[in-house]
Ligand binder design. Structure first.
Ligand code: GDP
Length: 484
């Protein structure tokens, strides 16, 4: 349900410019003849103490509260945009040195190291090289990365893929590659543990090629840097590479607008109440700003950075720990700044009541059941699939057979495949990428089943490859047998 700004103004008996002003406060740039959605119109009307309703509410429309007021889509005037620093996630197989690498980077290049500042763990770190800033998210691994993405948050600009030179490409390396790829962010490979006697960087590059990550000196476009997180070698080069890739990405933001941010982590502190680390994505966050963060609202009381320094304002690509929220938000929740306290409280209350009424339904999730209808409506042009199987040969066989089902209407796209049980991480990737999961001779772990249910991810297991193919084939033709 949509309404044109002009019509809304007329209905509310207000000047359209006033309405546009209110929309700007909500972070929505709309012109007079532009359509806005009903929920937004409702909020504006509420501002004036007016209750609005849809005339012929054929069926009640259910909204995901996270989708309500999604501010990330709105655009800045290009002339207001300035370069901003990159935000980095470190991914890779367990024990390949992600944590050690992050520590090494923090130790050598932390902004306030020389000033004798004490580093604080707030969930993100800022480092400086050649007077340029890089922000690292402190939780290594693709699980954190993907669970934030599943909640609609795009915090990371570039992924560092850590591969131990003595171990090579391992299952979680492949997962990390697929997770970064699904997020459509560039990757830089850090070939770690180069100090070890068994280190073989060439073998790592060779193995990466097998997964379509082709390193520059092999004719590809992915940069690899050899490092030793323990000895500290290659770190400068890695950081310079990050700046180089960031430059190519042309990361921009408008520092002169109300802040939009993403929660990186949050907890309840005995003395300080709800504490959240927020990565400012756009705009500038100030002390005293009225904010809505997920289901919480509040006024920013204090902000500290990862050096423990108190800040009055935080511009784009700055991670700050804030206090002053009514409750603890979740990682991945979005922060928006609104005009006044009342509006902040209203939006949060509205979101909470939606959750309480358990109206949350993510009807956008793809499933084989409604595949056909959505294809016909032209809503779905790509079907993302995750394949898990008991042996690598089956993974490849299923991926290939399914890819071949691609027709003019829908592209069947395997975004990840692996050997072993269907895990939580698989489900989160499916959720983040709107994919379905096909298991062949494997089962989901109990936590994966629970999360799949919660996230409404379509997860199917088969004993025979042919049946999996047949199901998808039938689904594409709208002839899927109902599930029992
Ligand atoms: P994570 O699981 O990827 O975070 O890996 P860790 O950072 O915990 O590292 C796993 C192990 O590898 C630890 O014992 C580290 O000391 C060791 N390690 C990490 N980086 C290096 C390195 O560059 N060289 C050597 N020799 N060992 C390393």
């Amino acid at each position: 349900e949509k309404i044109i700004v002009k019509d809304l103004a007329e209905k509310l008996d207000k000047n359209p410019n006033e309405i546009i002003g209110k929309l700007v406060q909500l972070g929505i740039m709309a012109a007079i003849n532009q359509e806005i959605d009903f929920e937004t119109a409702e909020l504006i009307a509420e501002e004036y103490g007016i209750e609005v309703s849809l005339k012929e509410s054929e069926e009640e429309k259910v909204e995901d509260p996270e989708e309500l007021l999604d501010f990330e889509i709105e655009e800045d005037d290009p002339k207001d945009l300035e370069f901003r620093s990159p935000v980095i996630s470190v991914m890779g197989h367990v024990d390949h040195g992600k944590t050690t690498l992050l520590d090494a980077i923090r130790k050598t290049k932390h902004v306030d190291t020389e000033a004798g500042g004490i580093t604080q763990h707030i969930g993100a770190s800022e480092i400086a090289i050649n007077d340029q800033k890089i922000v690292f998210l402190d939780t290594p691994g693709h699980e954190a990365f993907t669970s934030m993405r599943a909640r609609g948050a795009k915090a990371t600009d570039i992924a560092i893929l850590v591969v131990a030179a003595d171990d090579g490409v391992m299952p979680q390396t492949i997962e990390a590659i697929n997770h970064a790829r699904a997020a459509e962010i560039p990757m830089i490979v850090a070939i770690n543990k180069i100090d070890k006697p068994g280190a073989n960087a060439d073998r790592v590059k060779q193995e990466l090629t097998e997964h379509n990550v082709v390193i520059e000196d092999w004719g590809g476009d992915v940069i690899a840097v050899e490092v030793s997180a323990i000895e500290g070698s290659g770190i400068d080069q890695l950081l310079e590479t990050i700046l180089l890739v960031a430059e190519m990405e042309e990361l921009k933001a408008n520092p002169n607008r109300k802040a939009l941010g993403i929660v990186v982590e949050a907890n309840l502190d005995k003395g300080r109440g709800a504490v959240a680390t927020v990565l400012v994505k756009n705009g500038t966050l100030n002390i005293g700003d009225n904010v809505v963060v997920g289901l919480a609202s509040g006024k920013v009381r204090a902000m500290i950075n990862d050096s423990g320094k108190r800040l009055k304002k935080a511009g784009p690509a700055t991670a700050v720990e804030i206090t002053g929220l009514s409750e603890v938000p979740k990682a991945g929740d979005k922060l928006i700044v609104v005009d006044d306290e009342k509006m902040a409280r209203n939006i949060a209350a509205k979101r909470q009541s939606k959750v309480k009424l358990d109206k949350v339904k993510s009807d956008k999730r793809v499933s084989l059941e409604d595949l056909y209808d959505r294809m016909k409506e032209g809503e779905l042009k790509e079907l993302n699939i995750i394949v898990k199987a008991d042996v690598q040969g089956s993974v490849e066989a299923v991926k290939q057979s399914l890819s071949k089902l691609t027709n003019e209407e829908v592209v069947i796209k395997p975004i990840h495949g692996g050997v072993g049980a269907i895990t939580e991480t698989d489900v989160m990737l499916a959720s983040a990428s709107n994919a379905i999961i096909i298991g062949f001779n494997v089962r989901p772990t109990s936590s994966a089943t629970a999360i799949a249910k919660k996230e409404e991810v379509d997860l199917r297991t088969y004993r025979i490859i042919y049946q999996a193919i047949e199901d998808i084939e039938n689904a594409m033709e709208g002839m899927l047998d109902p599930e029992f």
